[in-house]
Design a protein around this ligand. Structure first.
Ligand SMILES: Cc1cc2nc3c(=O)[nH]c(=O)nc-3n(C[C@H](O)[C@H](O)[C@H](O)COP(=O)(O)OP(=O)(O)OC[C@H]3O[C@@H](n4cnc5c(N)ncnc54)[C@H](O)[C@@H]3O)c2cc1C
Ligand code: SF4
Length: 341
């Protein structure tokens, strides 16, 4: 059995206190929310903080406000988002994405903030310390070679968060608070193409809330590919949101691929192609091909990269057909093994 290494545990009751501790303690301190990812990583020695600053006693991080749009505290559990009917009705893609993270037990502990900041994953990295030492470690931690792309100077570990693609498709923003300042960042700009340094978030910042606009005339959806429907991480996901006029002509669209790169991939080409068109079969098929060009899966997660790339047009097809109004409930259950929707 793997045990947690020793660490100091601090549980502040306000964001300002948490940010102050982060500033004072520097890189040896990390925030912990539900701990469903970080604690397992600590057991495997992937992440080695000496101090954990728990966010669970900060009441403001559990607030939901739907006065104008929707503001979600970063400490809300994914399970609690699923109980919220207004999220289901107005930001369906987020609700569907939250509903397919891990298992019910984990979703009742895992938070939306933790899911957004989730560490990238790689089959050469998500191993215990002895396993990693046996291959001389890798670029992401303690080594100097990337075993997935040996000539790469950058880690190619996979962005495996389910909610981030959905939030990007919904045009969400997040508030980041440090001891000295605060800023609002668009979710599409939060991630960078480096699996070792995958967030634009500074290490002294607390992500405090997710801000979603009211989204009049928009519909959204989330489709996830994984080996086992019961709890696996995504190996491809498609988050799609479209805004249409009364006659079904697309006024705006955002389509995002998850789990096929070190960051979620928003396609500007798909948006430009879709605006002004209706979701007929030809348009849906062509959008699938546009999205497939963007996907860069590698051999560092489950199943083969070639097959995962081949699945992109099908999953874009399912998503856009659902947004068009087709009844895809049986398909969702059969292909993606997802009961929700
Ligand atoms: C068996 C298993 C299956 C899983 N399957 C999935 C899956 O299918 N899809 C998926 O997306 N995830 C999956 N996960 C990973 C994880 O459970 C979720 O991503 C979860 O949402 C992480 O949230 P948390 O609150 O537990 O984060 P934590 O583990 O507490 O933290 C994760 C990271 O986020 C940082 N962090 C947390 N909150 C904040 C904040 N407010 N501000 C700044 N930084 C913060 C932490 O410092 C840490 O780096 C799985 C985990 C397990 C164990
Ligand atoms: S992609 Fe390369 S550097 Fe990154 S975790 Fe995997 S092997 Fe390590």
């Amino acid at each position: 059995m793997m045990r947690l290494p020793p660490f100091r545990y601090i549980a502040p009751t306000s964001v300002s206190e948490a940010a102050k501790i982060l500033k004072e303690e520097g890189p040896c301190a990390m925030l912990v929310a539900g701990g469903t990812d970080l604690l397992a990583n600590m057991k495997r020695g992937q992440q080695t903080p000496e101090i954990l600053i728990s966010l669970s006693n900060i009441k403001s991080l559990h607030d939901v406000s739907n006065s104008s749009g929707l503001t979600l505290g970063a400490g809300l559990t994914l399970g609690s988002l699923l109980e919220n009917d207004s999220i289901r009705d107005s930001h369906t893609g987020l609700w569907q994405a939250a509903g397919v993270v891990a298992t019910p037990l984990l979703r009742n502990t895992a938070t939306i903030g933790g899911n957004i900041c989730l560490d990238t994953r790689c089959s050469y990295y998500n191993q215990n310390e002895d396993w990693r030492k046996a291959i001389n470690n890798c670029l992401k931690k303690d080594g100097d070679t990337c075993w997935v792309a040996t000539t790469s100077k950058t880690c190619r570990a996979v962005s495996s968060t389910d909610t981030a693609p959905a939030l990007i498709s919904l045009g969400a923003r997040v508030r980041l608070v440090s001891a000295d300042a605060e800023r609002i960042v668009e979710m599409k700009d939060l991630y960078q193409d480096d699996g070792a340094n995958y967030l634009q978030r500074h290490s002294n910042e607390v992500l405090t809330e997710v801000i979603l606009e009211p989204l009049v005339g928009w519909r959204s959806t989330y489709w996830k590919l994984r080996r086992r429907g019961s709890f696996d991480f995504p190996i491809l996901s498609v988050a799609a949101a479209v805004q249409t006029d009364g006659g079904g002509t697309i006024e705006d669209a955002r389509i995002v691929l998850g789990a096929v790169s070190s960051l979620p991939l928003l396609s500007t080409e798909a948006t430009e192609f879709l605006v002004g068109k209706k979701l007929d079969d030809d348009v849906i098929e062509e959008t699938g091909h546009i999205m497939a060009k963007l996907a860069k899966p590698r051999g560092n997660t489950d199943l083969t990269p070639i097959w995962r790339k081949k699945m992109v047009p099908s999953f874009v097809n399912h998503a856009l057909r659902e947004l068009r109004g087709d009844d895809v409930r049986e398909l969702r259950k059969r292909i993606a093994h997802q009961a929700r929707g």
